[in-house]
Design a protein. Structure first.
Length: 270
């Protein structure tokens, strides 16, 4: 059974990792997916992967923190597919430092990518999600639309070296609950996932030298080992496992779930 037949989804940060896994799942279930990524190559590969799974897709390339990006991606979505049913705010990265060493730029960059961008995208989506739902209710139609925001356990319990990231992810939970209260009556479900340690390029060995937006990302091997011991399941999660949680909240199975935070952490936070 295809759960997302002919639904249209925007998934930010979907050229790789969790976003890519989710985009492929949505495509397999019949969705039309708008792939958003900073880099052209991974985005086009994701588009083809969605099509190979039986869905349809386009790519919108660019820096999601650019002032005009949210408007552009929503416009290109409507131009291509005519509607918007699912919005997943997944894109982001980390830029860690201890509080007494953290610059204003480091703090603001994390707020921008993890909190300001989701706010802008939700606001831009309002005519196609909130207002569309309002019109349908007046016509006696019930059709649910879904917003899923990707937060982190850092946003609910804090984390050393991540005052910027934790603050942004905590704010995203507040945004999620507020949207749920404002838009639930229009059949828009807004929920969040809070990830623990998930295997992506953001959590790979820092010794690999991977960068995002010019910032070194990853976790030192010794710290990863410490995290693994603190997780009741004794391992980090896979991108597929993380995507499955988002998929559930984007699916019809979550039609009576609103304003909630689904922790996907192997029991690290409960």
């Amino acid at each position: 059974m295809k759960l997302m037949e002919n639904q249209v989804a925007i998934v930010t940060g979907s050229g790789r990792g969790v976003g890519r896994a989710l985009a492929e799942m949505l495509g397999e279930h019949g969705a039309k997916v708008v792939i958003s990524d900073l880099d052209h190559g991974p985005a086009e590969e994701a588009v083809q992967a969605v099509k190979d799974k039986g869905g349809d897709a386009i790519a919108v390339i660019g820096d999601i923190t650019a002032p005009d990006f949210s408007r552009r991606i929503v416009k290109e979505t409507i131009d291509a597919f005519g509607k918007l049913d699912i919005l997943v705010n997944n894109a982001g990265y980390t830029w860690d430092n201890l509080i007494h060493k953290m610059s204003d730029e480091q703090f603001q960059k994390m707020l921008d990518v993890h909190l300001v961008v989701p706010f802008r995208l939700i606001r831009e989506a309002a005519p196609y999600m909130r207002d569309a739902g309002k019109r349908e209710i007046e016509e006696g139609i019930t059709r649910h639309r879904k917003i899923v925001n990707v937060s982190s356990v850092a946003g609910v319990m804090g984390n050393v070296g991540q005052a910027n990231y934790a603050s942004a992810k905590a704010g995203l939970i507040g945004l999620t609950k507020t949207v749920a209260k404002e838009w639930a009556s229009f059949h828009v479900n807004c929920n969040a996932v809070a990830f623990g340690v998930i295997d992506t390029r953001l959590t790979q060995s820092k010794e690999n030298g991977e960068t995002v937006a010019g910032v070194a990302v990853g976790i030192p091997d010794k710290v990863k080992q410490m995290f693994a011991q603190a997780i009741p399941q004794k391992r980090s999660g896979t991108a597929q496992e993380a995507a499955e949680g988002i998929f559930f909240l984007a699916s019809p199975y979550s039609n009576y779930i609103n304003g909630q935070v689904l922790n996907i952490s192997g029991g690290f936070y409960m």
